[in-house]
Design a protein around this ligand. Sequence first.
Ligand SMILES: Cc1cc2nc3c(=O)[nH]c(=O)nc-3n(C[C@H](O)[C@H](O)[C@H](O)COP(=O)(O)OP(=O)(O)OC[C@H]3O[C@@H](n4cnc5c(N)ncnc54)[C@H](O)[C@@H]3O)c2cc1C
Length: 293
Amino acid sequence: MRLPRFEYYAPETLEAALSLLEDRGEGAFVMAGGTDMMVKMSHGRLKPKTIISLKSIPGMDMISFDPANGMMIGATTRLADILTDLRIETHYPALIQAVQTMANVEVRNMATLAGNICNAAPSADSAPPLMVMNAEVSLASVRGERRLPLSDFFRGPGLTLMQAGEIMTSIHLPAPQVGRGASYMRISARCGVDIAAVGVGVEVRVQSGVFSEARIVLGAVAPVPLRASGSEASLIGKPLNDETLELVSDMAAHESKPISDVRASADYRKRMVAVLTRRAITQAYERSTARHS
Ligand SMILES: Cc1cc2nc3c(=O)[nH]c(=O)nc-3n(C[C@H](O)[C@H](O)[C@H](O)COP(=O)(O)OP(=O)(O)OC[C@H]3O[C@@H](n4cnc5c(N)ncnc54)[C@H](O)[C@@H]3O)c2cc1C
C-alpha cells in the first residue's frame, strides 16, 4: 500500500487535538480507527497534509450508562468494545445488530462508531439504528462545544453538519423506556465483509396494543440515511397484523430513493426495503412488549 506523505500527530489531550486541527487548517484530518481513511488514502481519494490521531486521548474511549440519563459512547470507542458491552446488549440491542454486521473482527478491532458516523456513507450501518433511537452527538472545537440530534447531522454522501475545526467527542442515546423497542435489519450482496445494499432501522412505542410512536430510517437507498416519515405516520394507531405490515412496508419502499449500482439494482433495493421494514417493525414490536414485563 503506497500512501501520500503527511504529518502525523497523536496528541494526549482533546485541547491539543483541537488546537492542532485549528492551526493546520485545510488539509488536516482527525483519525480514529483509520479503516475508512486508509482505504481512501491508498486509492488516492484522500490526500491529507496532516493526520491527528485521537487514539492517545485518555478517556475518549469510555462508555457510560445511567438508567435515568441513558448511554454515552466516547468517540474512540471501538466497535469491538460495543459488541462486548452487556449494557448496550440489554438496553440497545438494535445497535448491537448493526455493529455485528459491520466488516470483520480485524476491522471492528480498530474502527469506531464515531468514525462510521463522521464518514457519512449513505450505507453506514450504525446510522439507521442510532437515528431511530434519537441519538445525539457532541462536537467540540476551540470555540466551544455543541450537541445536536443525529437526524440533523447528515447532508449528503461524505457530507455532514460538522464544521472545519470540529471533533466529535461522544454519542448519546436516551434512557431506555418501557413500551419502546427498536430493531435494525440489513442485507448485502454477499454475506460476510460487504457493505449494506439496504439497511432499515425501526423504533416503535406500543400502548394498549397499538403503535403510538414510530421512527423508521432507511440506509443505502438515498444520499443520506432517510427518515420514512409517511411510513411512520401510517403506522400510528394500528395494531401489529399483516394488513398494517403490508401497508407500511409498501409505503417505505415507495419513500426510498435508491440507485442501481454494483451492489444491487434500484428495483431490488425497493423490494428489500419492504421486506426488511416488515421484519424490523415486527422485531421492534416484540421488543417493546417484552419491556412491559
Ligand atoms: C473491510 C472493510 C469492511 C467494512 N465494512 C463496513 C460495514 O459493513 N458497514 C459499515 O457501515 N462500514 C464498513 N466499513 C467502513 C468503516 O470500517 C466504518 O465506517 C468505521 O466505523 C469507520 O471508523 P474509523 O474509526 O475507522 O474511522 P476513520 O477511518 O478513522 O475516520 C473516518 C472519517 O471520519 C472522520 N472522523 C473519525 N473520527 C472522528 C471524530 N471523532 N471527529 C470528527 N471526525 C472524525 C475522519 O476524519 C474520516 O473522515 C468497512 C471498512 C472496511 C475497510
